[in-house]
Design a protein around this ligand. Structure first.
Ligand SMILES: CCCCCCCC/C=C\CCCCCCCC(=O)SCCNC(=O)CCNC(=O)[C@H](O)C(C)(C)COP(=O)(O)OP(=O)(O)OC[C@H]1O[C@@H](n2cnc3c(N)ncnc32)[C@H](O)[C@@H]1OP(=O)(O)O
Length: 223
């Protein structure tokens, strides 16, 4: 991958903000649909009838589509958006409803409520979902919105099951050496005791801009 894979898009920030909100509301409804589908016990005829209506709605959305994935876009004002991102994509119903808070240099955290769609062992968060969330938050911790970083190596220790429900994830930079940034993080359930501990090596790719004062860093950092 190269910097050219990030898409320069002429849409104004005001228009990006407006559109993001409109589709994000639909995304919330689709998340609800996913949860309702998993947990529904209505009879078969009702399921078939709902399916027909959902298929009709999909056709309406397909009336105008991007040719491929949403990608990571930015405009000349420095606003960037990644609506399809698997963790923070505002238009991605597979992404849990999560907001990452950068509460200081080299640290980040997020609170999220994980429902039935994120289940692995009975009543517990899927291990891959825990890894997914940790990867994003640790990547953002390493990047700090001032440089571009990619996951090199991620190591997880699952200490005990994480119950579905409210989950907190916290990450911090443990050390840095050249283009290599080591991040430590954990994920915890409602009692605050870490259930998953993580260490990751995040790498500033050789092709990425090197000048941290360059605005390009900030532009792409929300990738
Ligand atoms: C979704 C994509 C978004 C990406 C862009 C984000 C922009 C926004 C930024 C931030 C906020 C958002 C945060 C995102 C959160 C999600 C993050 C992900 O899930 S990223 C997808 C998964 N990861 C990959 O797909 C990497 C695939 N691998 C590569 O592209 C390359 O291998 C890369 C960039 C990791 C290294 O390539 P080189 O060419 O820059 O590295 P060389 O120069 O060979 O090595 C530098 C040093 O690092 C070590 N190294 C290289 N790869 C390593 C690895 N995998 N593990 C450990 N060490 C490694 C080497 O041994 C070398 O060390 P010595 O300087 O000699 O001491």
């Amino acid at each position: 991958m190269t910097m050219e894979m990030f898409i320069l898009d002429e849409t104004s920030t005001g228009e990006v903000d407006r559109r993001e909100k409109v589709v994000a509301a639909l995304t919330d409804s689709v998340r609800d649909l996913v949860d309702a589908t998993i947990r529904s016990t209505v009879d078969d005829d009702e399921i078939l009838a709902v399916r027909e209506e959902v298929d009709a709605l999909v056709s309406r959305l397909r009336a105008a589509q991007l040719a491929g994935p949403a990608g990571v876009r930015y405009n000349a004002e420095g606003r960037s958006w990644n609506w399809g991102n698997a963790v923070v994509g505002q238009h991605n119903a597979l992404a849990p409803p999560l907001e990452i808070v950068h509460d200081g240099p080299g640290s980040a955290r997020a609170d999220v409520v994980l429902g039935a769609a994120y289940e692995g062992p009975p009543g517990m968060v899927h291990g891959g979902v825990a890894a997914l969330l940790l990867d994003q938050i640790m990547g953002e911790t390493a990047s700090g919105f001032k440089r571009l970083t990619m996951t090199g190596t991620l190591s997880l220790r699952y200490r005990r099951g994480t119950p579905l429900g409210p989950v907190r994830i916290e990450g911090r930079i443990a050390s840095e050496s050249g283009r290599k940034i080591t991040v430590q993080a954990h994920l915890a359930g409602p009692d605050g005791e870490p259930t998953v501990e993580a260490t990751g090596l995040f790498i500033i790719p050789s092709w990425a801009p090197v000048d941290e004062s360059d605005r390009t860093w900030a532009r792409f950092a929300e990738g």
